[in-house]
Design a protein around this ligand. Sequence first.
Ligand SMILES: Cc1cc2nc3c(=O)[nH]c(=O)nc-3n(C[C@H](O)[C@H](O)[C@H](O)COP(=O)(O)OP(=O)(O)OC[C@H]3O[C@@H](n4cnc5c(N)ncnc54)[C@H](O)[C@@H]3O)c2cc1C
Length: 434
Amino acid sequence: MTEEPVASDRPASLWAATAPPAPATVSLPPGEYRADVLVVGAGFTGLSAALAAAERGADVVLLEAAEIGSGGSGLNNGQVIPDLSRADPDEIVAARGADKGEALIALIRDSAQTTFDLIRRHGIACDAVQNGWLQPAHTPGRVTRISRPRFEQWRRRGAPVELLDAGQVAALTGSSYWHGGLRNASGGHVDPLALARGLARAAARAGVRLYTRSPAIGMERAGETWRVRTDAATVLAKRVVIATNAYGTNRVWPGLDRSWVPRRSYQMATAPLPEAVRRSILPTDAAMSDTHGDLYFCRFDRRGRLVTGGALIFDYDFEPRLKRRIGDRLALLFPQIGRPEFDYVWHGQLSMTADKLPHMHALAEGVITWVGCNGRGVALGIALGAVLADAALGIAPADLPLPFTTLGRVPAHALAARIAPWMMALFRWRDAQP
Ligand SMILES: Cc1cc2nc3c(=O)[nH]c(=O)nc-3n(C[C@H](O)[C@H](O)[C@H](O)COP(=O)(O)OP(=O)(O)OC[C@H]3O[C@@H](n4cnc5c(N)ncnc54)[C@H](O)[C@@H]3O)c2cc1C
């Protein structure tokens, strides 16, 4: 967690093979530069923040350590999901109070629509499919304890949700494995790397000066501004948005990487499935992630590959072990698939917070960030990027949907990071309970 990430550390994903090429970029040449807003990190958060700030007239520089979308944004499953992985609306209100809680809920409720609208507005070619997101329940108890209250709480807040019985879930998934569940019509899926690259193109068109292979390696106050250093250059900016999320290190801002715990998530893509099999699974082309703690999830890409994945407690030999484990899982869910061939296996890192909520921090005057995607950061990262742009351009904190808090530290961070993979054993035990 202390070395700057470089592209070669990142495993080759399906999306690296399918996304249109990235716009041409260079690393920041030696010299001293000035900007109104400096954004660090070219994932969904940083790109959305840079684009929004530039569209509002700010002069923006964006520094990316590796390549556009080479963090979580280009490595994920591409599910556009308008909720949090754990906390339901009532819990958000309990944690954040009525005003801020409801403001965050509204942001999350609208985040998938915001994402698809942004894609349309900028004409981004990223195989965007807005055919809904499904959350099937893997036991009857989960229908009662998760699907129903989640449905009620989101419906009360105007989200386009439906409660589904077992038959409806079977029709929408092509599997009789689940017992009921939830559908949110505003969700869907994208090629996430194509989306990141498309956002970068849109940001560049809006005037953002975007530099790749330019890690920020430190920053200090210089009068009214911040002086942010790369190996070769400095950028002076009044406002700095740190959008490094789960790929952040403690060099840009000491302690930032102690405010969350990293967790690895594995992604896999099958070979293209025969048309008849393809049409029998997720026939409406929805995205799906269910109620297991050891999450069952999948969606199709445009070539009929099922894009899925899973988690492991130990990382050794991950490729053959995952092919066996997830192959068995798919055969259980969709017997018509037989033993699938996997063409791609890759992984990425998530930022987990102790309370499973996203946190927006004011690190110092003019320096802001958010952490804590907890596995849901496609729509949320894009929505929060625009909020960070608002904050950087002077919108009063009282008018933002998240409070700015001071940087927290996960208690016993080193131990928590070590224990994190073992949580999967607990999740699997819980998953087996009715
Ligand atoms: C395997 C996986 C699957 C997931 N699946 C889903 C999903 O299906 N749906 C969903 O909603 N969410 C999913 N997520 C979560 C989601 O991908 C992330 O929350 C989201 O992409 C985070 O975006 P971001 O821009 O905040 O961070 P990132 O995309 O991680 O971007 C951070 C960037 O900062 C750069 N950086 C780091 N340090 C520096 C530095 N010093 N200087 C300059 N740049 C720096 C990094 O190189 C990186 O490009 C998944 C995550 C993973 C890892």
